[in-house]
Design a protein around this ligand. Sequence first.
Ligand code: SAH
Length: 173
Amino acid sequence: MRRVDRARFVPGELAARAYDDAALPIGHEQTISQPTMVALLVDALELDGDERVLDIGTGSGYQAAILAELASEVYTVERIVALAEQARARLPRSVHVKVGDGTQGWPEHAPYDGIAVAAAATEPPPALLEQLAPGGRLVIPIGPPRQQILHVFRDGTVTKTVPCRFVPLVSDH
Ligand code: SAH
């Protein structure tokens, strides 16, 4: 996290708050996640460095940039075109950014050793569970608006970790 400068991922007028441990607005009613939440989410993926990971909800691109430091291949999906384009320009070329409905995953590059979802769902999207490799981890906030619990799905088991609060995962399906 020290290697990724969060100031590059927040709007210019919020630069003074780039290092606050808080979510910040990035436009389009979306937020860049709180650094502590990014750390908890990414930590739950238990990456060694040689994994292929999928990041759902690119937003600013900050979490994808952190993942790029910890995995060998990063794919990220964002539904808002403007955010996806902005993130693509900020991220290293090794991070692949797609515009689309992340609840459908990115089947062309599956299976993934880890899938990180930075938006809240009421249940794990089936397509994401299907795109996990054996032993792969899906980390996703599950619950109602304003009060989710971070869940880790792995080989058919689920572990609940910390309370959290993410913007909604909006499904087109
Ligand atoms: N990881 C981001 C956090 C962005 S907030 C960061 O580090 O900045 C969550 C993002 O998920 C928003 O940009 C929102 O547009 C996006 N999102 C919501 N539903 C989605 C969906 N079904 N598919 C892809 N992106 C989605």
